[in-house]
Design a protein around this ligand. Structure first.
Ligand code: CIR
Length: 257
């Protein structure tokens, strides 16, 4: 795998109204969120990808989490049908951007009643694990796997019990290495990988991203950082604490392809 492109979208002031499962963390502060976003952009640039920066969309508080309305594979793009009502319209905002990179035959859509969030999709080579979650349903997964198979790729379903999205708790960092936390530590689906078990108190840190040999790790998760460095990866650390307040992390903030 080698990524050439990354798409990100600036947060808006409405980020403070984003969906959250952790209101006790308080609302994200816009000024800090913007600073963190610049740091994230610069980290990506250091990984040798071309970064497309989209403008904020105030009408969609969660729209900086561009990973959810689209999934981009090496064979084509899938515009999803996001499972949260307040986010569903984000698909129409991302589609024209994705079409700058792919022709018509290589852009497919998940259609209602199927729903799917890109945060539930984890790519491991040509295999895509798809979490069945509060956002991604059976029909969404069925359509998604059918599209993948049409391109010679494959997918499998992973039922989730505890976390929002699949990649909230499990992330593949290439070379057979997978960061696992919570309910994913003992899932048979991932038994074949070299698992790096993330301790409960650093669970948020499991959401790392691999970009062309470098692993970007969230700031404040020393066990995760050391484990990744011990595997020989170059690492970059980015503070995503404002996004954490609305359940967002490193992977959610970009589309990488
Ligand atoms: C949401 O609940 O949809 C946003 N507040 C967070 C989305 C995080 N995205 C992701 O894990 N891919």
């Amino acid at each position: 795998t080698k990524f050439s492109h990354v798409i990100i979208r600036r947060p808006g002031r409405s980020l403070s109204q984003g969906i959250t499962s952790a209101p006790e963390l308080g609302q994200p502060i816009y000024e800090r969120a913007i600073e963190e976003h610049y740091d994230y952009e610069h980290a990506l640039e250091q990984c040798g990808v071309d970064v497309t920066v989209l403008p904020a969309l105030e009408e969609y508080p969660d729209s900086c989490f561009v990973e959810d309305p689209a999934v981009i594979t090496r064979c084509g793009a899938i515009i999803t049908n996001p499972g949260a009502a307040s986010r569903n319209g984000e698909k129409d905002e991302i589609e024209p951007v994705v079409r700058r990179f792919f022709d018509d035959e290589h852009v497919k859509r998940i259609e209602a009643p199927g729903t799917l969030d890109g945060g539930d999709v984890m790519m491991v080579g040509d295999h895509f694990y798809v979490g069945r979650s509060a956002r991604t349903n059976e029909e969404g997964i069925r359509q998604f796997i059918e599209i993948l198979e049409g391109w010679g790729l494959e997918g499998s379903e992973v039922p989730l019990e505890e976390v929002l999205h699949l990649k909230t708790g499990v992330n593949y960092i290439e070379n057979g290495n997978m960061l696992v936390s919570g309910e994913f530590i003992d899932k048979p689906d991932f038994a074949q990988y070299n698992k790096i078990v993330v301790p409960e108190e650093e669970a948020y840190g499991a959401n790392c991203i691999w970009v062309n040999g470098t692993v970007i790790v969230a700031e404040g998760y020393p066990t995760v950082l050391k484990a990744v460095q011990d595997l020989g990866y170059k690492t970059l650390v980015v503070d995503t604490s404002e996004y954490r307040k609305v359940d967002g992390g490193l992977s959610c903030l970009s589309l990488r392809f």
